[in-house]
Write a protein that binds this ligand. Structure first.
Ligand code: ATP
Ligand code: MG
Length: 571
């Protein structure tokens, strides 16, 4: 490809709304352009890199036995109503009506469509297991699209769905995808690690996310360097001790706490109740109903864990105006002692706790000597607290750490939720009809591309891993005027490399060498071949790997040398 024939609009400065480095580099290197918030056009170089990532994904999916299909982006609303997700996922769903008034959904994911296909096309255990995948545009109405391709409204995802006859079969399919994901991200040249993930409202039993470590990531990962435990903070647990029980006996007692509305204030004299002897009472509204959440005074609630127990991600903190009629007091004096008719979800760390202090549902009063078992009706015990760094690992006792990371992939054992809702059943060997056991597996293809850049860069620009670089080699003649030998040699080398299957771009712009070198570094081509009159006088050209040292090579050895580099650089 000739530089002047394609479109590489490099920028000196990134637009002001690009907040993180990879987003800036995507724009500055001329890989993408914004059409609207969270919606981007891929320019030629960005598309080439994207296709490389897709290619790696396709190869590994095929190798793992998955088969490619392509499902429509336009999905009938009825399918989403059948699984209940028309409501539960409404916050992110793009919903639209056609001119005839029929309702549709733009594909946010495709469980509904693939399960319907399997319901229609597969009937016998003999046809299973199957794993179908696609690479396609997905649409999510993210409230805060940001960081370029990282959190977009329209993005490209590889989604795969496995169908098995048994639970063990489903686990084997899951493991195959898990292994394939590891290979995919390794081949993309991006540092990555799997972590245990929240199964959230879908409630599957098994889930892992593939994370790329990055300070700009939107996930917190809890990990143990000693034993390798790693989990999203939305799922992570630790070996922190339960609340110590004390000698029972003291009866529950109400006491005046005028003006005390925080855990902190109650720890001070004259009350002096340590935070770990207090119960924090939070009120949320889920499905338009108030629910009470109890957590120890020195702990923090994890809202993702709360979603798991209330069964929906659509909930919010209740306002003081909603709390007053429900509990009879304002925030700061709330508690669950004697509360009936409202769901009470308590963190497992409080299970069995006694001699605790909590609000009395009367402004300016608290209860002391509270025994949860005796005084509070708990609807459900659940792990609701957030793990903090330094807590002991549940597996080995060593201190846990927390780091930020980008979620690039997600594997999920689904079970039979969708196959039951959409009737994807098969006739088993014994003649009985059973629902398929499913798994689903997603990779954010466009997010992965940006995560690679977030990790591979230096002060001059992107440093592409060879496997995903838009071109492997940039040939830079320092003088492009027609009668010049630089350009003639450049053309010859370009033709020879291309004939050998090397992906090369020839920078035929009539620009100063400094401008061309800067752009080549900014875009991040793994190898640069520079051709100038000075070195040509000795029959030589310059070869420089991105970020490496320049060497002079005889003109007739360039192709051999570049081929060696292309084959040597891992990828
Ligand atoms: P997140 O927690 O980041 O919102 P998710 O868990 O909702 O993502 P999944 O449903 O697991 O996403 O989708 C599979 C993959 O698609 C994710 O691992 C991620 O890489 C990618 N992805 C999800 N949402 C977006 C988005 N808005 N923009 C770009 N990629 C996305
Ligand atoms: Mg996910």
């Amino acid at each position: 490809m000739k530089w002047t024939k394609t479109l590489i609009p490099t920028l000196r400065e990134a637009p002001a709304d690009a907040e993180i480095l990879s987003h800036k580099l995507l724009l500055r290197a001329g890989l993408i352009r914004k059409l609207a918030g969270g919606v981007y056009t891929f320019l030629p170089l960005g598309l080439r890199a994207l296709r490389k990532v897709e290619q790696i994904i396709r190869q590994e999916m095929d190798r793992a036995g998955a088969v490619e299909v392509l499902m429509p982006s336009l999905q009938p609303a009825e399918l989403w109503q059948q699984t209940g997700r028309y409501e539960t996922a409404r916050a992110v769903l793009f919903r639209l009506k056609d001119n005839g008034g029929r309702e549709w959904v733009l594909s946010a994911t495709a469980e509904e469509v693939i399960t319907t296909l399997v319901a229609n096309e597969i009937n016998s255990y003999r046809q299973l297991p199957k794993n179908f995948y696609q690479v396609s545009g997905k649409f999510r109405d993210e409230i805060r699209p940001r960081f370029g391709l990282m959190r977009a409204k329209e993005f490209i995802m590889k989604d795969a769905y496995s169908f098995d006859t048994t639970d063990e079969g489903a686990m084997a399919s899951y493991q195959k995808m898990y292994d394939a994901y590891k290979r995919i991200f390794d081949r993309c040249g991006v540092q990555n690690f799997p972590v245990e993930a929240d199964t959230g409202v879908i409630g599957g039993s098994h889930s892992h996310e593939f994370m790329v470590p990055a300070d700009t990531g939107e996930n917190d990962v809890v990990f143990c360097e000693a034993c390798g435990y790693a989990a999203n903070v939305e799922k992570a647990t630790s070996g922190i001790p339960k609340t110590a029980t004390r000698e029972m006996g003291a009866t529950i007692e109400k006491f005046a706490t005028p003006g005390v509305v925080t855990i902190e204030a109650l720890t001070k004299a004259p009350f002096s109740v340590p935070a770990n002897r207090q119960i924090k009472t939070l009120v949320y509204v889920a499905d338009s109903k108030p629910v009470i959440v109890l957590i120890r005074g020195d702990d923090q609630l994890n809202e993702a864990k709360l979603a798991g127990v209330v069964g929906t991600t659509i909930f919010r903190a209740a306002t003081a105006e909603e709390i007053l009629p429900a509990l009879g007091a304002h925030p700061g004096s709330l508690g669950a002692v004697g509360v009936k008719g409202i769901g009470v979800y308590a963190d497992a760390r409080l299970n069995g706790a006694n001699e605790m202090t909590t609000g009395a549902n009367e402004d300016g009063f608290h209860w002391r000597n509270v025994s949860i078992e005796r005084d509070i009706t708990v609807t459900k015990w659940w792990d609701l607290r957030t793990v903090s760094p330094g807590e002991p690992c549940a597996k080995c006792g060593k201190p846990l750490k927390i780091r930020r990371a980008i979620e690039v992939g997600h594997v999920f054992k689904l079970g039979t939720k969708y196959s039951e809702a959409l009737n994807a059943t098969f006739l088993d060997e014994d003649g009985s009809r059973k629902p398929c056991v499913m798994g689903c597996y997603g990779i954010g293809v466009t997010r992965t591309l940006q995560a690679i850049i977030e990790q591979s860069n230096d002060k001059d620009g992107i440093v592409w891993p060879l496997a995903v670089a838009p071109y492997q080699v940039c040939i830079t003649p320092l003088n492009v005027t027609a009668d010049n030998t630089c350009m003639k040699h450049a053309e010859t080398i370009y033709a020879q490399l291309t004939a050998q299957g090397v992906e090369a771009i020839l920078d035929d712009r009539d620009e100063r060498p400094g401008v061309k070198f800067k752009d080549a570094d900014l875009v991040g081509f793994p190898i640069r071949v520079s051709i100038g009159e000075k070195s040509l006088a000795n029959g030589e050209v310059e070869i420089k790997p991105r970020g490496g040292a320049m060497t002079l090579v005889k003109v007739d050895e360039v192709v051999k040398k570049v081929l060696a580099l292309v084959n040597r650089i891992p990828g």
